[in-house]
Design a protein around this ligand. Structure first.
Ligand code: UDP
Length: 303
């Protein structure tokens, strides 16, 4: 697994180790964090390699699966390091696909709802091609993931690699970096320290937040399926960002004021997954309510 020390990657490591898989985790810790995998370093079934997967990857062991989860994923992160982001989505995807081909391994790409850009269709089904600005500040992430999907499909069509593409929508939970700049960690940490809660724009833009354990279950079901095309995974419970700020303020009993800041360029106005494909083909849908998931996340940051 690449990106195994990241937020989603490390939860997936935990889940797969519980299922008795062995894992080789490759991560250069550029946005991932040692502390996410610290508890795994003594596990004999877990091996960590500090490596940038945009460079050639050498693995001696046999591999049954290659899971490519390495990439900056928060808008603040990827706009700070756009070249690394473009490289891991393109060169990193090429290297991991080459590895899967050489090892005759199944392959999964962690893609994103960002491939839909600022969508003109809501909710977004997998059949929607998206509305992406290639030269805007989010282009480095959106286009590298769109390229990655195209490359994965080419390896499937030409080399018959058995591939999966998961389009991950907004996900939250323990282990999100406090300073990763995204709405949920920002709002919770601002609220807990009674600092102003920064809502961008008027807060009317929508997102749909999925709790990490729901996402991980969906990813596992997709890995075990035989679906060689993109599948959306996310929670279709759509809220405005101002609603999210208010819910977090209430749950934390915070004295914070809600303040409004400039809306970032190309910030999608709406986002909500159409998950009919995952429901029908994987028998999957999220179970954790927003309030329950947020409370668990708040408890984690509190500790
Ligand atoms: N957002 C906000 N305040 C913050 C951080 C984010 O209002 O402190 C907004 C952001 O503009 C976007 C939404 O919350 O409309 C979700 O942003 P996030 O960075 O979590 O992820 P995105 O869905 O944009 O990738």
């Amino acid at each position: 697994m690449t990106g195994g020390a990241g937020f989603i990657g490390s939860h997936l490591c935990d889940f797969l180790l519980d299922k008795n898989f062995k894992i080789i985790c490759v991560d250069n810790l550029i946005t991932g964090n040692n502390s996410n995998i610290q508890h795994l370093l003594t596990n004999k079934k877990f091996k960590f390699i500090n490596h940038n997967v945009s460079n050639h990857i050498k693995i001696d062991e046999k591999l049954d699966y290659v899971l490519h989860f390495a990439s900056p994923a928060s808008p603040v992160d990827y706009q700070k390091i756009p070249i690394q982001t473009l490289k891991v989505g393109s060169l990193g995807t090429h290297n991991t696909l080459g590895l899967a081909l050489a090892k005759k391994a199944k392959y999964m790409l962690a893609s994103t709802s960002e491939v839909y850009g600022d969508p003109l269709v809501n909710p977004q089904p997998e059949s929607y091609w998206g509305n992406v600005n290639p030269v805007g500040p989010r282009g480095c992430y959106d286009e590298s993931k769109r390229f990655a999907e195209a490359l994965v499909m080419a390896y499937h069509r030409i080399h018959k690699v058995d591939i999966r593409i998961v389009r991950i929508f907004n996900t939250y939970g323990p282990r999100m970096r406090k300073d990763d700049g995204r709405a949920v960690p920002n709002f919770i940490n601002q609220a807990l320290s009674n600092k102003p809660i920064t809502v961008y724009g008027g807060g009317k833009q929508t997102r749909s937040f999925c709790y990490i354990s729901d996402l991980i279950e969906g990813i596992y079901k997709l890995i075990m399926s035989d679906i060689n095309e993109p599948v959306n995974l996310g929670n279709p419970d759509e809220h405005t960002i101002i609603e999210i700020a208010k819910i977090i303020k209430k749950l934390t009993k915070s004295k914070s004021k809600i303040v409004f800041k400039k809306l970032p360029v190309d910030d999608p106005h709406v986002r909500c997954p159409d998950i009919r494909k995952a429901k029908k083909n994987l028998g999957w849908e999220p179970k954790i309510s927003l309030k329950y998931g947020l409370q668990k996340t708040i408890n984690w940051y509190n500790k």
